[in-house]
Design a protein around this ligand. Sequence first.
Ligand code: IPE
Ligand code: IPE
Ligand code: MG
Length: 252
Amino acid sequence: MAIFGKDEAKAAVQLDHTLLPRHVAIIMDGNGRWAQRRGMPRTFGHKAGVEALREIIQYSDELGIEALTIYAFSAENWKRSAEEVGALMGLLLEYFTKELEELHKKNVRIRILGDIDGMPQGLERQKSALHAAIERTKDNTGLQLGIALNYGGQQEILHAAQRLAKRAADGEIAPEAIDKAMFEKELYTNGMPDVDFLIRTSGEMRLSNFLLYQLAYAEFYNTDTLWPDFDRKAYDQALLSYAKRNRRFGGV
Ligand code: IPE
Ligand code: IPE
Ligand code: MG
């Protein structure tokens, strides 16, 4: 049952800025099923998913959300067919080629979370487009847009541990000096606020190796809506749900 109507939902979050999450993370799931329900190939769903993403980035910026991290491609998604992976990588390149200047004008800072250089050979254009987007927007002060790509939460934590272990073995730091702040500096999200709110579309109730460290105290929101159908109204509903949460962080 909706307690507030759609406009009230928007008003509620806009009225009190303190009720908005600072950092929203989204597992954009359900593109394939969205397409299959229409008797179309999965890649058709990915195209529609990019449109939904464009709108949600735009809306996040309008609402004044500080950071938005989206799961675009996991380290495990390489298991998919060459055709699907190829289509996704094509869309990625197209997205950065088309949208970069627009995002830059909006003062958006693009961050890539994941192992860019570890992407398979043959994706050199994608790799350079990603590096160019980071470089072009690095001084921007508006929305921080984290794009998780070739990303795995376990891999991220392991890499952080390896780098710190190496520094300790080199005598640069003492093992006992490794604290939360030092560890967090080694994560892709370094400098971003803690994740407050995690949205997953399409009804799946799992993390799929997303931001395992960073989600420690995030609020979860799950909706059956498939990603290509996730629009401003659906986002309003999610944000309203967040605004009504009572976050305790272990307290009472
Ligand atoms: C999410 O949609 C997009 C990516 C993983 C890139 P899916 O492609 O996982 O769609 P479903 O879950 O198969 O419907
Ligand atoms: C998670 O979705 C990855 C992205 C949204 C990019 P998946 O569709 O890959 O997750 P599983 O396989 O259902 O756990
Ligand atoms: Mg999926």
